[in-house]
Design a binder for this molecule. Structure first.
Ligand code: GLN
Length: 447
C-alpha cells in the first residue's frame, strides 16, 4: 500500500494524511503477533484501511478537508473505525473529500482536488472521492466512506469500485462529523461485493452512543454471498432511464440487468413517482441540518481561529469567513434561510412532507419488488473544473442517489462497464430498509 501511495498519490491526491510508515508497520507486526497467537482470526486482521477524513481518529488529524478543522486532532475514535481496529485493521491514512462532505466531485476540498485514477483529467466523484480513488489505485485494500446523498455510491461508480450505503441506523454515526444527521451513514468501499459485505459485518452494530442507531436481529451480511437470483423481482424505474441519462451509462446498466434476468430474476418497469422533487427536498433538508451542525465551528471549541479580531463576535465572523470554503458557506446560508421564521413552513416543512411522500413511493415499490435497479449518476466522471462553476448543475447530478437517503434505504454500487473513454460505469441496486442481504445477493450474482 505504501509503495502505491508513494508512486501515485502526488498525482491522485487520495490522502489528506498518510500514517507514518514505521508506525503502521509496527501496528501490523502487533496484529501479526495476535494472529500467530490465535487471538485474532477475522478476515480484516492486518489489512490496511483508509478512512474518510470526516471520521474521528484519536490522535490523528481529522480535517473534513476544511481549513476550519485543519489542525483538529480528536481525543476519541468513531465507533465504526474502532470496530475495524478491534478486528485488527491497520489505518494507513485519512482520505480527501469534498469539504464537510458537501459536493459531488472532491473538488471543494481545502487541500486540493482528488483525481480519477482512470483518467486524471476527470474527477473521482464525491464526496468520498479519496476513499474510492485509494481503493481503485490500490493505495489500500478497502476504505470507509460516508453517504448523505450519494457520496459512497456515486464516486464508487466513477472509480469502478464497489460501495454500499447501509440502511440508516445500521452503522453508528458516533464520531462521524455530522453533515445532514438524518441522512448520514458510514459504509465500506472495496474491490468487490464479498469485501464490502465482510467489512459491513464488522462495522455495523447497535451503539448506545448514537441515539439513531438501531438494534438489528441479523448482521450476518456475508451469508448473502450466494450466486442465486432465481425469482428475485427487480423493478426498473422508468423515470430514471429517460431523458438526462447518458446513453452509454443506460446501455451498460440495462445489459447488467439482462445478466440478472438470464440467471432467473424477474424484471419489470414501473413508475417511481415524485422523482423531480427529490433534489429540492434533499438540498433543503441537508442544508438546514448542515447549517445547524456547523454552528459549532466558531474558533473557540475546535480547529482554526482567525489571527486578528476585535471582540467575540468579530472573532466568530472572521474565523468562519476565513475557515469555510465557498460551497460550505452556500449551504449554511441556504440552510439558515429555510429554517428562518417566515420561510420554515414554506420550505423546510414542505421538504419534510416531500420526504415522507418519497418514502411512501418506495414503500409501494417494495411491496412489488425485492430490489430497484438504477444508475448511480447520469454520466460517467466529468472533467475537473466543469462542475465548480455551476453548483446547480452539480446538484442535479445527484438525482439517482439522494432519494435513497431521504427514505433511509440501503443501496450498493457495483461496476458494470466502461464508456468509450474508458471511464467506469456503476449500477446501483436499492433495497427496502434492512434488506442489505437482498441487494448484496443481487450484486454478488451479477458480479
Ligand atoms: N452531493 C451531495 C451533496 O453535496 C451528496 C454528498 C454526500 O453524500 N455527502 O450534498
Amino acid at each position: 500500500a505504501f509503495a502505491h501511495i508513494e508512486k501515485q498519490d502526488k498525482t491522485i491526491n487520495s490522502f489528506v494524511t498518510v500514517t507514518n510508515k514505521e508506525e503502521a508497520l509496527k501496528k501490523a507486526e502487533e496484529v501479526q503477533k495476535l494472529i500467530d497467537e490465535g487471538k485474532l482470526t477475522g478476515p480484516l486482521a492486518g489489512v490496511p484501511v483508509a478512512i474518510k477524513d470526516n471520521m474521528c481518529t484519536k490522535g490523528m488529524l481529522t480535517t473534513c478537508s476544511s481549513k476550519i478543522l485543519g489542525n483538529f486532532v480528536p481525543t476519541y475514535t468513531a465507533t465504526a473505525v474502532e470496530n475495524l481496529e478491534k478486528a485488527g485493521a491497520v489505518i494507513i491514512g485519512k482520505t480527501n473529500m469534498d469539504e464537510f462532505a458537501m459536493g459531488s466531485t472532491t473538488e471543494t476540498s481545502a487541500f486540493g482536488a482528488t483525481k480519477n485514477p482512470w483518467n486524471t483529467e476527470h474527477v473521482p466523484g464525491g464526496s468520498s472521492g479519496g476513499s474510492c480513488t485509494a481503493v481503485a489505485s490500490e493505495e489500500c485494500s478497502y476504505a470507509l466512506g460516508s453517504d448523505t446523498g450519494g457520496s459512497i455510491r456515486q464516486p464508487s461508480s466513477f472509480c469502478g469500485v464497489t460501495g454500499i450505503k447501509p440502511t440508516y441506523g445500521t452503522v453508528s454515526r458516533y464520531g462521524l462529523i455530522a453533515y445532514g444527521s438524518s441522512l448520514d451513514q458510514i459504509g465500506p468501499v472495496a474491490k468487490d461485493v464479498t469485501d464490502v459485505a465482510t467489512i459491513l459485518e464488522t462495522i455495523a452494530g447497535h451503539d448506545e452512543k448514537d441515539s439513531t442507531s438501531v438494534k438489528r436481529d441479523d448482521y450476518n451480511f456475508t451469508e448473502a454471498l450466494v450466486d442465486d437470483v432465481k425469482g428475485l423481482k427487480i423493478g426498473i424505474p422508468k423515470d430514471y432511464f429517460g431523458d438526462g441519462l447518458d446513453k452509454e451509462v443506460k446501455d451498460s446498466i440495462l445489459n447488467a440487468v439482462e445478466v440478472l434476468k438470464s440467471k432467473g430474476a424477474i424484471v419489470e418497469e414501473f413508475d417511481l413517482s415524485l422523482v423531480e422533487y427529490a433534489i429540492p427536498a434533499y438540498y433543503v433538508i441537508a442544508s438546514a441540518e448542515a447549517s445547524s451542525n456547523l454552528e459549532r465551528f466558531d474558533g473557540v471549541k475546535y480547529g482554526y481561529r482567525t489571527q486578528e479580531y476585535e471582540g467575540l463576535h468579530n472573532m466568530y465572523k472572521k474565523t468562519r469567513s476565513e475557515g469555510f470554503g465557498e460551497e460550505v458557506k452556500r449551504r449554511i446560508m441556504l440552510g439558515s434561510f429555510v429554517l428562518s421564521s417566515g420561510y420554515y413552513d414554506a420550505y423546510y416543512l414542505k421538504a419534510l412532507r416531500t420526504k415522507a411522500l418519497i418514502k411512501k413511493a418506495f414503500d409501494e415499490a417494495f411491496a412489488k419488488y425485492d430490489v430497484i435497479i438504477a444508475p448511480a449518476a447520469p454520466t460517467t466522471a466529468p472533467k475537473i473544473g466543469s462542475s465548480l462553476a455551476d453548483p446547480i448543475k452539480m446538484y442535479l447530478g445527484d438525482i439517482y442517489t439522494i432519494s435513497v437517503n431521504l427514505a433511509g434505504l440501503p443501496g450498493i454500487t457495483v461496476p458494470c462497464g466502461k464508456d468509450s473513454n474508458g471511464l467506469p460505469i456503476g449500477m446501483q441496486i436499492i433495497g427496502d430498509c434492512f434488506k442489505e442481504k437482498t441487494i448484496i445477493r443481487a450484486a454478488y450474482a451479477y458480479e
